[in-house]
Ligand binder design. Structure first.
Ligand code: FAD
Length: 275
């Protein structure tokens, strides 16, 4: 099976983390990813780390896409960042609203990711392939599932080329979301985001914040393993590889892996799928 795969990393905070990420990337390149993306912290601390990591990935010969969030930013600050990305040879970005850490307020000159997409297009034309976020299980701040679908369509109408979803463990939510968008005339590819299960408490805590549902049966099983990481990983590989197979059989145009800067689970999931 030859399925387009993309990989997501976060900017490492320490020299040791950067070295571990370099080693993980070398293993992951065997999967021949279409591109690697690097997240961008809306709060500020990891913003320069994004460009550093993306520049390394490009130098290693892999297309790289920085994430860019607009909350708290001005037109001028985004303009400067787009110029830096363009000068670094970057041709793809993941355009987001982002979330500010609590206490920051809103601020800035952009309200929604659709405003950022429109700005990127007006400033840089077709230079960048623009990816945007999609939420099959509905973004936690959306007024309703329908208004969240409207928000995705607004991003496409502003010029987004494709979507990457928040992770989920319920394939039906993805298929329904894609069908709903198709019924509204949306034709851009919507690539499922896949979160390998490598830890239990971290995943459960993280999912509560970002609105991704861990089905009860999966949560109960994970909790029952306690600190037994080998069992968590083995169970996680079974569950997520079955999810990936269903997604691919059902027509997903690719898979985007949230690697958490680790290689083993993503490599094994792709091996099981024959990718
Ligand atoms: P938007 O598309 O602007 O949507 C935000 C909310 O506003 C939604 O509830 C939507 O329904 C609503 N909305 C949008 N437009 C309107 C409108 N016109 N009227 C009323 N309501 C509207 N965060 C980071 O900080 N850094 C990252 O690198 C990062 N990478 C991510 C990558 C992916 C693939 C995904 C899925 C998420 C990522 N996030 C990242 C998280 C993301 O920033 C948050 O989920 C954030 O809360 C929403 O960003 P968005 O781009 O989806 O926003």
């Amino acid at each position: 099976m030859k399925l387009p795969i993309s990989l997501e990393f976060f900017p490492p905070k320490t020299a040791e983390g950067a070295e571990k990420l370099r080693a993980a990337r070398q293993k992951l390149y065997a999967l021949k990813p279409e591109f690697c993306s690097v997240t961008f912290g809306a709060g500020g601390s990891t913003q320069e780390g994004t460009l550093t990591a993306v520049t390394e990935i490009l130098a290693e010969g892999c297309p790289a896409a920085p994430h860019l969030s607009c909350i708290g930013q001005t037109r001028e600050s985004i303009r400067e960042r787009l110029a830096a990305y363009s000068a670094a040879g970057i041709r793809r970005i993941v355009a987001l609203r982002g979330d500010l850490p609590s206490g920051y307020g809103l601020g800035g000159e952009f309200r929604y990711a659709s405003d950022l997409v429109a700005f990127v297009r007006s400033e840089t034309g077709k230079h960048f392939h623009v990816e945007v976020a999609a939420y099959p299980e509905t973004h936690p701040q959306a007024k309703s599932p329908l208004s969240d679908i409207d928000a995705f369509i607004a991003k496409v109408e502003a010029g987004a080329d494709s979507g990457i979803t928040q992770y989920f463990y319920n394939a039906d939510a993805y298929f329904r979301y894609v069908d709903d968008l198709a019924a509204r005339g949306v034709r851009v590819p919507i690539v499922p985001g896949v979160m390998p299960i490598i830890s239990s408490t971290q995943l459960i805590r993280f999912s509560e914040n970002c609105g991704a549902e861990i089905p009860r049966w999966i949560r109960m099983r994970l909790q029952s393993f306690g600190d037994d990481t080998a069992s968590i990983r083995a169970f996680g590989l079974d569950v997520v590889s079955q999810l990936c197979e269903r997604l691919v059989k059902g027509g997903a145009p690719g898979l985007h892996f949230y690697t958490m800067n680790q290689s083993a689970a993503t490599v094994e999931l792709c091996r099981r799928m024959g990718a």
